[in-house]
Design a protein around this ligand. Structure first.
Ligand code: SF4
Length: 460
């Protein structure tokens, strides 16, 4: 017989709790078992005046609503609150009964503004500490990577930099360029133009993740992932144009301080292969599994044929002549130059010297010996190093993919660096809670299996 359903249910009687209606394997039910926000009220108490004004949204309920949104991939407040109206699981997770009025979506915005970035970082850090306490994160082998996040701005909001416009308007290019350099602005090597700026979100900067891709207004998320179970140990967001190598050492220090463990090995891709990074890892006695970049070939006599002697701070050329440091300084290194009389009559001069130069001049970057050691080490990578680097691919790149595909991190939800950081912390907290819930489930299953095996008669 064909079944029928009465759709005129005027009343809804509930016998039991909302929890009874939610499947045990629902993501919010699983996360609820491991989520502890009992510390939160004390942490934000200084932001609320006791006994004054109307009672605000309970801090734990607000965080639970936000986390539910990130866990379910509903990252916009309006959409989240519309969904929460009809979604039993979100209501139960946040602690709202069926007939209770949910907070307005703007309350979540005001809470984010009032609490600030530091408190959301603490929520994320608590999830890391919970993972460490549960034994699913050790902080000894760490995979580091960065990923661009598209800013929430329209293409129409992009404009050329003001200084560029003024320069062209005045027709005084040299002066304009000097002012731009003083302001730390750089022209694109390809087009010779200054990069555009976002008028609606000035914190986002133009960046690209590949040479064949166009520049987009972006933020950059720097993430550190634990090797054991993929727990996210640290996230930080900068503007898109910040280089990976600038952030890694500070982030590793933050990871070590948070987990309380000393990091033994770090893996990263070639985007981190800078002398400064290798030297920083050596100073912290961390083994870096980072593929070094091929040396750029700018001369027919490559740089590797010039031997740097760190003890005497000089460079020996292929013909045994000495290049000494001169006074010219650049940010990332020093110039070393040969003497004209040494190069005069040298059989390699035609290949080694620029056509208009009588001496050889080259740049030795700061911490160059560390880079050389890393290059030598790369040639002798062990099987374990190769295995770790393969894990780097799916651990750290997998984290960014998961965050973007399932938790709405492909695009910024709100504008401004602080808002982007809050989004990043809550996304990472949601992913860590998923890992923790999975580990908890595995422990329970293990206990059940053991209990069953104990209750079985032992056959001898
Ligand atoms: S040209 Fe000068 S720097 Fe180059 S190999 Fe000859 S002597 Fe050395």
């Amino acid at each position: 017989m064909i079944g029928s359903q009465n759709r005129d249910q005027l009343e809804f009687f509930l016998c039991g709790t909302l929890r009874d209606l939610i499947p045990d394997d629902h993501i919010l039910a699983r996360v609820d078992r491991v989520l502890d926000l009992g510390w939160l009220n004390a942490d934000v108490a200084d932001l609320y005046a006791p006994g004054l004004g109307r009672p605000g949204v309970a801090p734990e309920a607000a965080v639970r609503l936000m986390l539910a949104g990130f866990l379910l991939g509903i990252v916009h407040d309006r959409r989240l609150m519309r969904e929460a109206q009809v979604n039993l699981a979100i209501r139960w997770f946040a602690g709202y009964g069926l007939h209770e009025r949910l907070p307005d979506h703007s309350s979540l915005t005001r809470i984010r503004q009032r609490w600030g970035v530091a408190r959301f970082r603490r929520i994320f850090e608590r999830t890391v500490q919970a993972c460490v306490a549960a034994g699913i994160a050790k902080g000894e082998v760490v995979h580091v990577d960065a990923s661009l996040i598209r800013a929430d701005v329209a293409w129409e909001s992009l404009a050329v930099r003001h200084v560029d416009a003024v320069t062209h308007a005045n027709g005084d290019g040299a002066d304009g360029d000097r002012i731009a350099e003083q302001e730390g602005l750089r022209k694109s090597k390809k087009t010779g133009k200054f990069k555009k700026v976002c008028l609606t979100d000035p914190d986002a900067t133009m960046a690209t993740s590949g040479r064949n891709r166009r520049l987009e207004p972006s933020y950059k998320q720097h993430g550190a992932v634990d090797d054991a179970c993929g727990v996210i140990l640290d996230v930080e967001v900068t503007t898109g144009e910040i280089n990976e190598g600038q952030a890694i050492l500070d982030r590793l220090d933050a990871v070590a301080a948070l987990t309380g463990a000393s990091i033994g090995t770090v893996t990263a891709d070639a985007g981190y292969a800078y002398a400064k990074v290798f030297a920083g890892l050596e100073a912290r006695t961390i083994t870096g599994v980072i593929p070094t970049k091929a040396e750029p070939i700018r001369s027919k006599v490559p740089l590797r044929r010039f031997r740097y002697d760190a003890q005497h701070d000089l460079v020996k050329c292929p013909r045994g002549k000495i290049l000494r440091p001169n006074k010219a300084r650049i940010d990332h290194g020093r110039f070393f130059a040969s003497k004209a009389r040494d190069c005069r009559g040298c059989d390699l001069a035609a290949l080694c010297l620029s056509p208009s130069r009588a001496t050889k001049s080259l740049v030795i970057v700061h911490d160059y010996p560390a880079l050389l050691r890393a290059r030598r080490r790369r040639e002798r990578w062990s099987e374990e190093d190769n295995r770790l680097y393969r894990r780097h691919r799916w651990r750290s790149e997998g984290f960014h993919g998961e965050a973007k595909t399932w938790h709405g991190l492909a695009r910024a939800v709100r504008r401004g660096l602080d808002n982007m950081r809050v989004q990043s912390f809550l996304t990472a907290a949601a992913i860590n809670l998923k890992r923790l819930a999975a580990a908890f489930l595995a422990i329970i299953c293990d206990l059940i299996v053991r209990q069953r095996s104990w209750s079985q008669p032992i056959h001898t």
